[in-house]
Design a protein around this ligand. Structure first.
Ligand SMILES: Cc1ncc(COP(=O)(O)O)c(C=O)c1O
Ligand SMILES: [Zn+2]
Length: 441
């Protein structure tokens, strides 16, 4: 295996041979060809490596932090003539919090529940992991610009990485359906933002045509390179648990890329002999946008698109998830589950997580906790399972929703007596520590 240098200030990317393959018919495509789905059968594409040529030590003993730490399993060809720097903003390396108070409130055992807070990526969501790889690939391919459709976080992240790379960025957002923080990010970082009169699925359809016609590089999760970056969530979870793996990983599902990517990451660790099993991948959707859950429960391999998806969790308001085929494989092959949760359950879990554990997440992320609670109460999850919930986006992505579901600040005169009067009247000053915790746990 040749050591090849994508040179940067901090990292030398030493990678391996890989190939691009259709998951449906097995057709292979040259790495330099810009293609997102199979031109023969329309199947999704996957990046394949020769695992026998990878030395485990390059993963287990890798130095550095974040996504590029796992460069041995990222798709940049050895011997490439280009000497390319990764486009990076120090993505990844997010905390894995042990959440005993949350566990107890659900009925799980102490030490059995962890939350991987992907909202602490630089742009506030897990999308950064995919974008660092995707935009680095875009630079390698010398594309003239990048584009995406988005429920918000993809556009925020892509705008940042495009700014870092110095290339034009075009984003299509469903009008009135994107949380405020995300739109602000896309605009601030210089993307050309279009407000599309349609939903996310319409935006994705249009942007795919646009990229085809205008030679722009598509960075939605149908692009298999993005998922390569996102699979590092699995590597980090395993490493943070001392190269052990949890029994179950629970996460929200929208376009269904992340669950597919994380499953792949765990599979790779198993293939390399670093770990000995794969967690039960458990995908949670909102009741108003649950095509993957329905397909799972009906034992179908294909989803039936939902024309009018609706939920307060705008990040996962998707009716026709492009990666559904990969996600259903991930869930079934790992012995996992798929479940839907109501908006009320999402809101309750968002508040619980924020107050019992100090973890602030946007509504879509709270779906993972809501799903855990529902599945545990239904007896589908056993007590004693070691569980990791992934929270995908930060609370501040959707400040309007946070304000809507919390008690409004009370106006008060600027003197101590008035302040004390209100606090005594609402009994908050007399609440002791134990009582306070009890309310939320
Ligand atoms: C916060 C958040 N959670 C979950 C998802 C769903 O991820 P995926 O589309 O990979 O299923 C998204 C996608 O936009 C998101 O922004
Ligand atoms: Zn094919």
């Amino acid at each position: 295996m040749e050591i090849y240098g994508l040179r940067t200030h901090y990292v030398t990317i030493t990678t391996m041979e890989y190939r691009v393959e259709c998951i449906k018919c097995g057709r292979r495509f040259p790495a330099h060809k810009i293609i997102y789905t199979c031109d023969k059968c329309n199947g999704l594409l996957d990046i394949k490596y020769d695992y026998s040529s990878i030395d485990n030590e390059r993963i287990v003993k890798a130095k550095g932090r974040g996504v590029w730490k796992y460069k041995a399993l990222l798709p940049f060809k050895e011997g490439s003539s280009s000497s390319l720097s990764p486009i990076t903003i120090n993505e990844g390396d997010t905390p894995l919090y042990r959440c005993d108070r949350l566990a107890q409130s659900i009925g799980l055992g102490i030490g059995d529940l962890w939350v991987k807070h992907e909202g602490l990526n630089p742009s506030g969501s897990f999308k950064d992991r995919g974008m660092t790889v995707g935009v680095t690939k875009a630079m390698e391919l010398h594309v003239k610009g990048v584009a995406c459709a988005s429920t918000g976080n993809t556009s925020a992240s892509l705008a940042i990485f495009a700014a870092k790379a110095g290339i034009p960025c075009y984003v299509l957002l469903p009008k009135g359906k994107v949380a405020l923080g995300k739109v602000a990010q896309a605009m601030m970082h210089g993307a050309k933002v279009l407000s599309l009169l349609g939903n996310f699925d319409d935006a994705l359809r249009v942007v795919r045509e646009l990229c085809e016609e205008e030679n722009l590089y598509l960075l939605n999760s149908v692009n298999p390179y993005r998922l390569e970056g996102q699979k590092t969530i699995a590597f980090e979870i395993a490493e943070q648990l001392n190269w052990d793996i949890p029994d179950r990983v629970i996460l929200p599902v929208g376009n269904a890329g992340n669950i597919s990517a994380i499953y792949k990451g765990f599979l790779e660790l198993e293939k390399l002999g670093i770990t000995s099993s794969v967690p039960m991948m458990t995908g949670i959707q909102a009741e108003g946008a649950q095509p993957v859950v329905r397909a799972f429960k009906d034992a179908r391999t294909e989803i039936i698109p939902e024309p009018e998806p609706e939920t307060i969790a705008s990040a996962i308001r998707i009716g026709n998830p492009v990666n559904a085929a990969k996600a259903l494989l991930a869930i079934r092959n790992s012995g996992g589950l798929a479940e839907s949760v109501s908006d009320a359950e999402i809101t309750e879990s968002q508040l619980l997580l924020a107050r019992a554990e100090g973890i602030g997440v946007e509504p879509a992320s709270a779906a993972s906790i809501a799903g855990l609670r529902k599945l545990y109460d239904a007896g589908e999850i056993d007590r004693g399972e070691k569980i990791v919930c992934i929270t995908t986006g930060h609370l501040l992505k959707d400040p309007e929703r946070a304000i809507a579901i919390c008690e409004a600040p009370q106006e008060v005169m600027a003197d101590l007596e008035s302040v004390r009067h209100i606090l005594h009247a609402t009994a908050t000053l007399n609440k002791n520590r134990e009582e306070h915790i009890h309310i939320y746990a």
